[in-house]
Design a protein around this ligand. Sequence first.
Ligand code: SAH
Length: 231
Amino acid sequence: MAPACEPGKPVDRGDQEADEARLAREREKMVEEQIEFRGVYDARVLAAMRTVPRHRFAPGIPPMQAYEDRPQPIGQGQTISQPYMVAWMSELAASNPPCKVLEVGTGSGYQAAILAEMGCSVYTIEIVAPLAQQAERILEAEGYEEQVHVRTGDGYLGWPEEAPFDAVLVTAAAPRVPEPLLDQLRIGGKLVIPVGESSQTLEVHTRTADGFEHERVGSVRFVPMTGEVRR
Ligand code: SAH
């Protein structure tokens, strides 16, 4: 009888390629049906969403499930955001490369990978250490280690040594807008942040030469931002 696993025999590459092709088709469908259909047209965002293998950022769920039209669990009670939300926030924050972006709430690392794929250098902070470590490992395995810098900690204070940023994205809901994040925007830079508790609004704050302008762009649902912002 042949051994169940013959030493030295490679895994079936044909099967692996077929799986990757199926997932790439699922990704294409995700972009067309969930993202373009809802009105995100920024070419760099769409190209990035077509390229980044979302399923690798949510290793705890079946790969096809990662492409569904909703957030998915990533452990530690946290989630990878719905694909559309990642695309929309990326479009709202987008500025031309070379761009420098701060993300608060690394989670899976997927949003950071999308921003990197759009040509930005990304500084991302995660308060839950095991998630920061897992995201860092995946980002490295996917080849984003040069463009994405991960730090464990409370994102409330931002990343002052690297400021100013062209954009700051907060991917957890804050009860109020953290001042230090506004301070770290360059003129023309944008802070994109969900504000609220059970009912939340996505806000965009733009730094102008003499202050800030802000608009509310829609209703959203994110996990709560924890740490200093609650004090
Ligand atoms: N952008 C993520 C989605 C993250 S969910 C992705 O692409 O997968 C929100 C994340 O924000 C959670 O992982 C949560 O632990 C983190 N978070 C909450 N409060 C935070 C804070 N004060 N500083 C940094 N991260 C925070």
